[in-house]
Design a protein around this ligand. Structure first.
Ligand SMILES: Nc1ncnc2c1ncn2[C@@H]1O[C@H](COP(=O)(O)OP(=O)(O)OP(=O)(O)O)[C@@H](O)[C@H]1O
Ligand SMILES: [Mg+2]
Length: 341
């Protein structure tokens, strides 16, 4: 029996969904789609907001003709601590009883208000240290998302951070590349991750994204936000468009971002001096920006490509042709639906 799972990525700008079916090792795409996120504060306490979100999700899933009611959802990265931490080398049992204590310094909330998840990434016998992927999400946030999903009559069977799902998707689409730097740029935040030998070994979240770019354009050119969005999407950062005016306006964003990527690469080289980090994969809506891929390659010195989560997933040619243009937007949703149980 094939196992079917819906991946649902509720972003601040767009809600994305992908429905995948898995039969042994063969994964097929059944359908995918997106819808604008309604303009409500997802973390406000008003229950009507939850109903509005649920209505949008229901509209999207209705159009996708669901074959399952089981859904894997993601939590917005900036509200969750997702971090690789280093601890003394201890046994799994000892870690289980001390993880709360180890995690405390990384979590800005009281420990009784967060749900902690962790997994051991690597153990180093030489320096007696180990690396742990720590995820800590506010319980109130998890409950909020669970209530929204309940209102849609779907059943939540998994909740994880956006970037973890995006990384799973990249590993599935680029299985032969040993080391990858992943850059996921949404509307409100950007995540940088390093995938080493099919495993996430570093992650950093920066609170800037596509909205930052549109706001800069709207302020600089006295456009309303929507108009600024359109300009950004049409001309991007290509120097030969509008005499490079937009590229210049968006420069400060990249002047913040590039050093963060450089630092991440430096970290990788220090940690794994014998290995190369030769590919940068860009996902999220902003990945579609004209000129971004070339700009990245030029400034970072690492070969950049736009994420295509549909690689290595069987699908109808017609469906694929319709989706391909938006491929990077679906990275997280596909990663969620790829989760194995
Ligand atoms: N062609 C394009 N060029 C530039 N930016 C684009 C393009 N298409 C979409 N975007 C931008 O991508 C962003 C939306 O991407 P995405 O759907 O990944 O965000 P999100 O997941 O809702 O946001 P977040 O995860 O930060 O909450 C918006 O800022 C939008 O302007
Ligand atoms: Mg997102």
């Amino acid at each position: 029996m094939p196992k079917i799972l819906l991946g649902l990525d509720i972003g601040s700008h767009t809600i994305k969904a992908a429905q995948l079916s898995r039969n042994k090792n063969k994964v097929s795409l059944i359908s995918a789609g997106y819808i604008p996120t309604p303009k409500v504060e997802v973390d406000s306490t008003g229950r009507t907001d939850e109903q509005i979100m649920a209505n949008s999700i229901s509209q999207l899933t209705h159009d996708m003709k669901l074959s399952t009611n089981e859904v894997a959802i993601s939590l917005p990265s900036y509200k969750v601590v997702t971090q690789v931490i280093e601890t003394p080398l201890i046994s799994d049992k000892e870690l289980e009883s001390s993880i709360q204590w180890e995690a405390e310094e990384y979590i800005p909330l009281p420990l009784n208000k967060v749900k902690i998840d962790y997994s051991v990434i690597a153990k180093n016998e030489l320096n007696k240290k180990m690396k742990i992927l720590l995820v800590a999400a506010p319980i109130s946030l998890i409950e909020k998302y669970m209530r929204i999903i309940e209102l849609t009559n779907l059943t939540t069977i998994s909740i994880e951070t956006e970037i973890l799902a995006a990384v799973r998707s990249t590993i599935n689409s680029l299985p032969t590349l040993p080391n990858i730097i992943q850059l996921s740029i949404g509307a409100t935040n950007t995540e940088i991750a390093i995938i080493r030998q099919q495993q996430l070994v570093f992650v950093k979240i920066i609170p800037i994204g596509g909205n930052t770019l549109s706001r800069a354009i709207s302020e600089e050119l006295a456009f309303d936000f929507q108009q600024a969005e359109e300009y950004k999407k049409t001309y991007g950062i290509e120097e030969d468009k509008l005499e490079g005016k937009l590229a210049k306006i968006m420069n400060p964003f990249f002047n913040n971002l590039f050093p963060e990527i450089d630092k991440t690469i430096t970290y990788f080289k220090e940690e794994y001096p014998k290995e190369d980090l030769m590919t940068l994969v860009i996902s999220g809506g902003t990945a579609k920006m004209p000129g971004l891929m070339l700009g990245m390659t030029k400034n970072i010195g690492v070969n950049s490509q736009i994420s295509n989560p549909f690689i290595n997933i069987q699908s109808d040619q017609e469906v694929l042709t319709a989706l391909n243009q938006d491929a990077p937007i679906y990275t997280t949703a596909v990663g969620l639906a790829l989760k194995e149980f």
